[in-house]
Ligand binder design. Structure first.
Ligand code: UDP
Ligand code: MG
Length: 327
């Protein structure tokens, strides 16, 4: 049923400065396995020369498959597409920018051969990333951990090896706003990790601006925890109790001092704070409702513009040259 031993899934978005080097490094590592493999580059709607560069690589090497999305659908959609189209017995997801050292794949394969079905890369250290990125990532993984009942390993990204069984389980999950690293924990199976030092980006800039980071973080929390939804009821109870105490003390004070009940400034500031809390709670509900809305639309997670491999390129060439000779 499945033809290859290994499938590498590489999501790529505007990585023209990186892609030739990462192809070279990935190839070097995979050749050491002496087993069959494919490298699937999922071009997530790049606007630079990434597509042309990948098409060139595809024409040279039959181990390469290229999936072009019709636009940018996001990192998590790209990973999912790669998994869905993979043919390997073990699937390895790795970023294109060489922050995840390809050599670690060999350690992951060793653990897989020992019988583990998920081997995730745990970041022992992160090189060349801003203090802000490291701090927010660290804080997020811990907040998420405290909110969920399933154990999502801290300080891991999507760099991991999964067995075919796990891949099939993951791709059968229909949800749209995917937080793949959480879903991998959710599906279970025998899991372990290998530690690695996350490197500096080989070239170019991060393709995860703050907006995308926040979206991913919210997907993580809303997919795996209901806790934010119940915060509203706790806050409501708390503010009701505080309001009651304030009212009683103020009435008592006004009796004792013969002064007026509550002053306007105090009422205004309390009102503003309460409105703030109410809007926060509505916003939290909105995050969940928006995701229910996304699910109900049942649109596909991504749209593929083209699938390219050396074989297909050659067939295309033969067909077109055949046509020419018939003219
Ligand atoms: N990426 C993608 N689609 C996007 C954003 C990123 O396919 O919309 C790819 C990107 O090319 C890279 C990987 O996802 O291979 C991780 O992105 P990046 O390195 O920019 O994130 P960071 O490491 O800074 O968190
Ligand atoms: Mg990166």
């Amino acid at each position: 049923m499945y033809g290859k031993t290994y499938s590498l899934v590489v999501p790529v978005y505007n990585e023209e400065l990186v892609i030739s080097e990462s192809y070279k490094r990935l190839k070097q590592v995979m050749e050491q396995t002496d087993e069959e493999y494919e490298i699937i580059f999922v071009n997530d709607g790049s606007k630079d020369k990434t597509r042309e560069k990948l098409e060139f690589i595809c024409g040279e090497d039959e181990c390469i498959r290229l999936i072009n999305f019709s636009r940018n659908f996001g990192h998590q959609a790209a990973i999912t597409a790669g998994m869905e189209l993979s043919l390997g017995q073990a699937i390895i997801v790795i970023d294109a920018d060489l922050q995840d050292p390809p050599e670690v794949i060999l350690d992951m394969i060793r653990k897989w051969k020992d019988g583990y079905e998920v081997v995730y890369g745990k970041r022992a250290k992160r090189e060349g990333e801003t203090f802000f990125k490291k701090f927010t990532a660290k804080a997020f993984y811990r907040i998420l951990g405290s909110m969920t009942n399933i154990e999502i390993p801290v300080d891991t990204g999507d760099f991991r090896l999964i067995d075919r069984k796990v891949c099939d389980a993951l791709t059968s999950l229909p949800e749209k706003n995917r937080y793949v690293r959480g879903l991998v924990s959710w599906v279970g199976y025998k899991q372990t990790y290998v530690e690695f030092v996350r490197q500096e980006r080989f070239a170019g800039e991060t393709k995860y601006p703050l907006k995308k980071m926040i979206k991913l973080a919210l997907d993580g929390i809303t997919s795996f925890s209901y806790k934010p939804l119940v915060i509203g009821s706790y806050l409501g109870g708390l503010s009701f109790a505080a309001g009651l105490i304030l009212l009683i003390t103020d009435i008592l004070k006004s009796f004792i001092n013969n002064s007026k009940v509550l002053d306007l400034g105090l009422i205004l500031s309390i009102n503003l704070m309460m409105f703030g809390l109410i809007f926060c709670c509505i916003g939290i509900m909105g995050q969940y409702i928006a995701r229910i809305f996304d699910e109900s639309k049942a649109r596909p997670l991504y749209i593929i513009d083209s699938k390219i491999s050396k074989k297909e390129l050659h067939e295309e060439y033969e067909i077109s040259s055949g046509k020419q000779s018939n003219l």
